[in-house]
Design a protein around this ligand. Structure first.
Ligand code: PMV
Length: 359
């Protein structure tokens, strides 16, 4: 795999002090990534809707210093110094230093905040890592003005992936594929690629209401979960199934077969959790209210001939997916019938978005 294309070159300019700010979104996978090899290479292809309202805003102030041997940075989250987040970011810098050697030449002050409530159970690693990656690429563009926007997005996704796999899908939108797949032009294990075919209008501005069923810290991190796919009895079949589902979903997204979309997306969500239930050690991230909500969604769909469906992340929260044309009635259903299963009745209304935005 050609990673040398991402080693920065021709960094001729000198920049003394500069600040960049980016807003980058979270994303929700339709075909799930679960299982990887080193360094952050997915075992199967995944695809996600980029979100719009759930995002991280990060600014990095870069100040030139003499060349350091360790990356020098400070981290503030929502205005407060956050030393407990530092090891994860330090590890990220370690993984990317080969591709961005200039990070040794700057002191970085990182200020970050999320649009969604802290510890809402919404993974902030995708939006958080992609925002840092975009700020680094803005600096790289200053140092080498010849790099193109296309290269910036590709390398930002490549860098973000090294922080958190799913973060590779948070640079562009509304649909991003990550992982090499023979039927998706331009797809790669190294970075996310915008879904390259025309999307049927039914999937435009697709809605995702995130029901905050459980806002607590996950008992099992996704790192541990991914690792449990090594020696998992169903792993090989699962990776094969995911790649086949991507072939099917690619066609569905183009032809607008929404009933097939519902079937595939819900099956993917339950399969992800089935992998957790059948890992050794096994674990359960769903909560009783996750199942209550799923049953209510099925009942509503049946009774109203609706196109509502759900997907799940690695947690108890439920993402309720539906076409924009059904927004009014489904939002009413959520408010009246599903909000009660959420902690403090909290949920977040979101929809597919277009990716990273400079601030
Ligand atoms: O990016 P990670 O390592 O946190 O893994 C995320 C995996 C899932 O969110 C469960 C699925 C996905 O494809 O986003």
């Amino acid at each position: 795999m050609n990673t040398s294309q991402f080693i920065s070159k021709n960094l001729d300019k000198t920049i003394e002090k500069v600040t960049f700010t980016w807003q980058t979104p979270s994303n929700i996978a339709l075909v799930k990534y679960w299982g990887k090899s080193n360094p952050q290479i997915p075992k199967n292809t995944s695809i996600s809707f980029t979100l719009n309202n759930c995002h991280t805003t990060t600014s990095i102030e870069f100040e030139k210093t003499s060349k350091n041997t360790v990356v020098d940075f400070e981290l503030f989250f929502e205005g407060k110094k956050k030393d407990d987040f530092k090891p994860k970011i330090a590890e990220f810098f370690k993984r990317i230093e080969k591709y961005c050697p200039y990070i040794f030449e700057y002191k970085m002050i990182i200020n970050s905040e999320n649009s969604f409530p802290h510890s809402s159970g919404i993974a902030s690693s995708a939006s958080g890592m992609s925002a840092i990656a975009m700020c680094l690429m803005s600096l790289e563009k200053e140092l080498n003005p010849n790099i193109t926007d296309e290269f910036i997005n590709k390398k930002a996704s490549f860098l973000a992936r090294l922080g958190s796999g799913s973060a590779s899908r948070s640079i562009e939108g509304p649909l991003v594929v990550w992982g090499n797949h023979p039927e998706i032009k331009g797809s790669s294990d190294l970075f996310g690629t915008k879904f390259p075919y025309e999307i049927h209008p039914v999937f435009e501005n697709y809605c995702d209401t995130i029901l905050l069923v459980d806002k607590g810290e996950k008992q099992v991190s996704s790192t541990v979960g991914h690792n449990l796919m090594h020696n998992h009895p169903y792993a090989e079949n699962r990776f094969k199934q995911a790649n086949e589902n991507l072939t099917k979903l690619s066609k569905i997204l183009q032809n607008g077969e929404i009933k097939e979309f519902i079937n595939l997306v819900e099956s993917e969500a339950l399969t992800l959790h089935a992998m957790m239930l059948t890992s050794n050690p096994y674990f359960i991230l769903m909560k009783p209210n996750t199942l209550e909500v799923i049953n209510k969604i099925w009942q509503y769909r049946e009774e109203n001939n609706s196109n509502i469906c759900f997907t799940l992340d690695a947690g108890a929260n439920v993402h309720v997916l539906y076409p924009n044309t059904e927004k009014t009635e489904i939002e009413l259903f959520i408010k009246n019938n599903l909000a009660k299963y959420c902690q403090k009745n909290q949920y977040i209304c979101d929809n597919a978005g277009l990716g990273a935005k400079p601030q």
